[in-house]
Design a binder for this molecule. Structure first.
Ligand SMILES: O=P(O)(O)O[C@H]1O[C@H](CO)[C@@H](O)[C@H]1O
Ligand SMILES: O=c1cc[nH]c(=O)[nH]1
Length: 236
């Protein structure tokens, strides 16, 4: 049965979902990496493409931007479509000096200023973390690739344009690798539905030095290292 944001039957979505933020990136993944793909839903221009990848059935579907958006899709996928694993393949801004543009970050955990970490259990801040099995497989695959790989915490912000850039040095001090806008929401949904999730990011820009930032076209296309690691995570 269709949900408010996904117009297809449960069997049309695979148990394993590759989820970039950008719908064009989802379509590109489907058309360049998958076989026998079909568009099974296109509500609000968020295409869901189901096919096979190296013989395994998968769906590529975008999350849109921000925790509210990814939470809608992840909730419907986990609760109504029998999805077991979602891997986010996204971009992020570098925070740590160790991280350079084009590097891959595997997000073991996500700090956030979103209410998803505090709203469900009064007095408790939830730990928002990746699936261990997915994380281990993705890290192993990423380390075998040709890009520098970092594993650790990221910051999932509710703001792309934040008035609180003053907190970035403190996040840096705490070892936070980069900033993006969805991982914490995805991890919270996976925890709630007793499912599994992972986030693998390509560093698209650096908060301390914007001179090497990726162009909009590169942000859409330059994600092969992260995607290979993400696929390994899904197959774990
Ligand atoms: O490239 P994606 O996956 O969309 O991720 C990052 O890019 C968007 C902001 O430009 C946010 O969604 C952020 O998390
Ligand atoms: O959320 C994001 C994504 C990419 N780059 C940033 O600086 N922030």
């Amino acid at each position: 049965m269709a949900t408010p944001h996904i117009a297809c039957e449960p069997g049309d979505i695979a148990p394993l979902v590759i989820m970039p933020g950008d719908p064009k990136r989802a379509e590109r993944i489907a058309k360049t990496r998958m076989e026998n793909v079909r568009l099974v839903s296109d509500v609000r221009g968020i295409g869901a493409w189901t096919g096979t990848l190296d013989g395994v059935e998968m769906t590529a579907m975008a999350s849109g931007m921000g925790i509210p958006s990814i939470s809608i899709y992840a909730t419907e996928l986990f609760s109504q479509f029998g999805v077991r694993r979602i891997v986010r393949v996204g971009t992020c801004g570098g925070i740590s000096d160790d991280v350079k543009v084009r590097d891959v970050i595997v997000a073991a955990s996500a700090h956030t200023n979103s209410a998803v970490s505090t709203i469900d259990l009064p007095g408790v801040t939830l730990s928002l973390a990746a699936s261990f099995d997915m994380l281990r497989a993705a890290v192993d695959a990423a380390r075998a690739g040709d890009r520098a790989v970092h594993v650790g915490s990221v910051y999932s912000s509710d703001f792309f344009y934040s008035s609180r850039s003053d907190i970035i040095p403190a996040l840096d001090q705490l070892g936070t690798l980069g900033v993006e806008m969805e991982a914490a929401g995805l991890y919270a949904c996976a925890m709630k539905h007793r499912a599994e999730a992972l986030t693998v990011l390509t560093v698209s820009d650096h908060l301390k030095d914007g001179s090497g930032d990726l162009s909009p076209e590169e942000r859409e296309t330059l994600f092969q290292g992260a995607l290979d690691a993400a696929i390994a995570g899904l197959n774990a």
